[in-house]
Ligand binder design. Structure first.
Ligand code: PR8
Length: 451
């Protein structure tokens, strides 16, 4: 099955995201998908909170003049903005934009909050929906017009060095986030023609989907003083002088969820990392006729395993059907309890990642922790192996690059060379230049067909 077909099929059958909502590029998170989203974004919230970020919430609407204040920024976004033009029947005097991102909303307030150098650093983030009128082919959770989960962080600093340090911290945060999820990535400094509108420079994380196409899953931008100068975010320096704030911003989206699905899934369906699985363990009692023992044992077990997210599936349907359903939904670990197991004081365990079945003694439940860790480690290794198989290192040769991108796809790395690194390279190789990157200690230009 082609990847895109597999992907749509899984979203539907595993009940993650319903695409039938009657607006292009919009969809509905279903309860199971919502839980995956919740646990995934809990990880990033924790990482940001631990590093001194505060969560805030800004309005969805941005007045036209505010959005248009920073020239490069509005140029980058003007074709993508949804506008609110009416309040009831009345035409609004000033059009209001549905935020495509929140720099302009947030920096308007930064001006009011920042007066002296001691007011900084400010490190805030919000998890909100944003709207982009995407004209490229929309895809569920990958290219949305309503980005349902946009986690955007914005910071302000009193020195250039602090802002640069912040960029590094943000990269470390995202590394830890994707490492936790077992999602491999390549970090590159985007070429100047592809940086975030209004940024001094942009770093991006790209991963590779099973069809060999690269996808940008996170970005970190050093905004320098570009926005602070247009938004007049001025502060008093320690020596009594004046300076403009140094700013950064960084974001991820529902693509994190799409990546979990795409990268770990297989022909059986989803395969979820235990950290984000809505149910880490499903217990299926094998009930024969009136023998209530397996069900009682299952309830007992659920109680003993309450430090995990456990689902006890006691529905009155055949166990085989339950197995298939939970495999499709990617539950990392299944416990089966039948009369035989009870007799032998054992429980049967099934691992979704390897599809192996084995038994452990019923008084060895502490092993479950080890098994779940091993599942995560194994999933991470498998994903990295697939990712590395998709990386091709070669010398600069337009025909070979094109041929490799058409057949094997993935990301091509060619030794970094200033003289060939320009936007014409994209036309020549008919693909995107992801940017400058370091791979295993060497500097390269990364090229790929992208989403
Ligand atoms: C910023 N400002 O906005 P960015 N559907 C799903 N995910 C998307 C889409 C879409 N249509 N468009 C972008 N993304 C900065 C940083 C505040 C935060 C995802 O940066 O425009 C991409 O993974 O790069 C992108 O890298 C991320 O949102 C942040 O958006």
């Amino acid at each position: 099955m082609e990847f895109s077909e597999w992907y749509s099929d899984i979203l539907e059958r595993a009940e993650i995201f319903d695409v039938r909502y009657p607006i292009k590029g919009c969809g509905v998170y279903l309860p199971y998908g919502f839980k995956i989203r919740k646990y995934t974004f809990e990880i990033i919230r924790k990482l940001l909170d631990e590093r001194g970020h505060d969560e805030v919430l800004f309005p969805l609407l941005i007045p036209e003049d505010l959005l248009a204040k920073e020239g490069e920024h509005i140029k980058g976004f003007e074709d993508e903005v949804f506008w609110v033009t009416h309040g009831g029947r009345e035409k609004l005097e000033k059009k209001l934009a549905l935020r495509p991102t929140s720099e302009t909303a947030i920096y308007y307030m930064f001006k009011l909050w920042i007066k002296v150098h001691t007011d900084m650093p400010i490190k805030i983030y919000q998890v909100v929906n944003t709207f982009r009128y995407e004209t490229k082919h929309t895809r569920p959770l990958i290219r949305l017009r309503e980005i349902m989960t946009f986690k955007e962080a914005h910071t302000a600093h009193s020195t250039k060095e602090d802002a640069e340090k912040q960029v590094k911290e943000a990269i470390e945060i995202y590394k830890e986030f994707f490492d936790t999820l077992g999602i491999p990535y390549l970090i590159s400094k985007r070429p100047s023609w592809d940086k975030f509108p209004g940024a001094e420079y942009t770093f991006a994380f790209d991963t590779i989907f099973p069809d060999g196409r690269a996808i940008q899953i996170a970005t970190v931008h050093n905004l320098s003083q570009n926005f602070s100068k247009t938004f007049d975010i001025v502060f008093e320096t320690p020596d009594g002088g004046k300076d403009y704030a140094y700013q950064t911003c960084y974001g991820i989206s529902d693509r994190a969820i799409a990546s979990i699905i795409a990268i770990h899934g297989d022909e059986k369906g989803l395969c979820l990392p235990p950290v984000v699985a809505p149910y880490q363990i499903v217990i299926v009692p094998l009930i024969f006729k009136d023998n209530k023992e397996p069900l009682n044992k299952a309830k007992e077990l659920k109680e003993k395993l309450k430090s995990y997210r456990v689902y006890l599936d006691d529905r009155d349907i055949r166990p085989g059907r339950k197995f298939n359903e939970w495999e499709l939904r990617g539950v990392p670990l299944r416990i089966e309890i039948g009369p035989k197991d009870i007799e032998n004081k054992k429980i049967t365990i099934f691992r979704r990642d390897t599809m192996e079945k084995f038994q452990i003694c019923e008084d060895e439940l502490e092993k479950i922790d080890e098994i779940l860790n091993d599942i995560m480690e194994n999933m991470r290794k498998k994903a990295i192996k697939k990712f590395e198989d998709f990386i091709t290192i070669m010398d600069y040769d337009v025909d070979r690059i094109k041929e490799t991108l058409n057949n094997k796809r993935g990301i091509i790395l060619i030794p970094f060379d200033e003289s060939i690194y320009n936007s014409e390279l994209e036309e020549k190789v008919e693909a995107r230049v992801l940017g400058e990157t370091e791979y295993k200690g060497k500097k390269y230009i990364a090229i790929a067909k992208t989403y």
